[in-house]
Design a protein around this ligand. Structure first.
Ligand code: ZN
Length: 135
């Protein structure tokens, strides 16, 4: 029995407790159909730990947007050396953040559950192939 690496589990949006079950349904860019599972399909962990828990994900998402905006701003400057048109920067940043919003939606919740939830712990005994769902 080998443990699933945390970085792999985060990248693939796996449950923080068993690192096996998918946190989300549907493909990432399947807008409208991609949503978070209520509970882990493998270990049964409830992802929304308490009512309204994912409001906190909005702050994580905001931080991601700020970081991405900085990245887009810098990239636009390095590529175009534009110093006269703010609209170029604004459209690149807004367009980029729009394109990345499905990623932000997922990873804000992944970061919240992996890094900002002290009550959630990895449980290696659940990280097995033959694990079946139990209440
Ligand atoms: Zn799980």
């Amino acid at each position: 029995m080998s443990e699933t690496p945390k970085s792999w589990a985060m990248l693939h949006c796996k449950c923080p407790r068993c690192r096996r079950g998918n946190m989300f349904t549907g493909a990432m860019y399947n807008i409208g159909l991609s949503k978070i599972n209520e509970t882990c399909p493998r270990c049964g962990m409830r992802f929304e730990i308490e009512p309204g828990y994912f409001y906190a994900a909005m702050y994580v998402s905001y931080a991601l947007n700020v970081a991405e905006s900085g990245f887009f701003w810098l990239s636009t400057y390095l590529i175009t050396h534009n110093t006269t048109s703010p609209w170029l920067y604004i459209s690149v940043i807004l367009g980029g953040c729009f394109l990345l919003s499905p990623i932000n939606f997922r990873y804000s919740r992944v970061f919240l559950l992996y890094w900002l939830s002290p009550k959630v712990h990895y449980q290696p005994h659940l990280d097995t192939y033959d694990q079946i769902k139990h209440p």
